[in-house]
Design a binder for this molecule. Sequence first.
Ligand code: ACO
Length: 320
Amino acid sequence: MIFSRIAGTGGYVPGAPVSNDDLVARGINTSDAWIIERTGIRQRYIADGETTSQLSIKAAQRALEAAGCSAADIDLVVLATTTPDMTFPSTACLVQAELGVPAGATAFDVQAVCSGFVYALTIADKFIRSGSHKRALVIGAETMSRLIDWNDRSTCVLFGDGAGAVVLEASDQAGILSSALHADGSHSNILYASGAISAGQIAGSPFLYMDGQSVFKLAVRLLSDVAIEVLEQANMPQADLDWFIPHQANIRIMNSVAKRLELPAAKVVVTVDQHGNTSAASVPLALDAAIRDGRIQRGQSVLLQGVGGGFTWGAVLVRY
Ligand code: ACO
C-alpha cells in the first residue's frame, strides 16, 4: 500500500518584522495593547515588492534542503494562495520554472484562502496514494498586504506575508493518517475580497472585507468539529495527540478550540504572535517553526487545521 509522508519543511518571511508600535507610528489609530489583547499578534512581515512566487521559492528551497532532495526530484507542485502573482499563469507554474522542477511535472494553484494549505496537502496526499506521483512540493504562500486597506484598522492589523512549504513523498509508512475538507459557500458574505479584473478595470473592491465577530464564532465551531472528525477517522483518542497546529488567525480562536478539545496549551503551536495571519502560509510556517526548533519529533502526531473565506475548512492528521 502507498502512503505519503512529510520528508522536509521550509518557511520564509520577507524583510524585517513590523511591530504593532510600528503600525501606530505609521498613523494607524490602534495600540499594541488592543492588538495583543484581541488577537495575540505582536508583529508581522510585509513584503516590499517581493511576490508570492518569490516567497514560495525561498520556502521551497528550504524544504527541499531539509528533505535531502532537489527540484529535479519533484513531479507535483500544489500551491495554495489567494494572492497569486498574476491572473494566469498559476503561481505554481512560475515556481516550477524558477525552481527547476522538471518540465512535464504537474503544477497548479489551490484557492481556499486560509484553508488553502490544508486543501493542498490533502490533494497532494491523494495524488501520491493513487500512485500517479512520487514526490510533491506543497506550498502555502501569500502577500496578503496587497489586499489590505490601511484605512480599516479592524482588518489591517491582522494580516502578514510569508510562505511555508513541505516535501511530501511516497512511503510504505503512513505519514498522512486522515484528512477532511469542507466548504459552505452560503457564508461567503462575512469574509471576502470582491475585486476582479474585468474590461480593463477592477470590478468590486480591491480590499479585503471581514465581519470579525461572525467569522470568530463560525471558525471556533467548524475547527472544533473537523478536529474531532479526523481524530475519529484515524481512531486516535484526543489525549494521544502530540501537537495541535490550528490556522494562525487569532489566539482567542485557537485557545477556544483547544479548550473545547481539552488540549493543554503546551500542545498548541503558536506563531500568530510572530507572523500575524498569513492565510494559506500560516499552517506550514507554524509547522516548520516547531520542527526546526525541535518541538515536533519524528514519529509524533500533529493535527493541522485551516478555516477561511468561502467558507472553507479542513484538517489533516499527520504522523511526522
Ligand atoms: N485598534 C483599536 N481599536 C479597534 C481596532 C484596532 N485595530 N479595530 C477595531 N477597534 C475598535 C472598534 O472600532 C470598536 O470600537 P467601538 O466599540 O468604539 O465601536 C471596538 O474596537 C470593538 O470592535 P469589535 O469589532 O467589536 O472588536 P472584536 O472584539 O470583535 O475584535 C477582531 C475584532 C479582533 C477582528 C475579532 O472580531 C476577531 O478576532 N475576529 C476573528 C476574525 C479573524 O481572526 N479573522 C482573520 C481572518 S479570517 C480567518 O483567517 C479565518
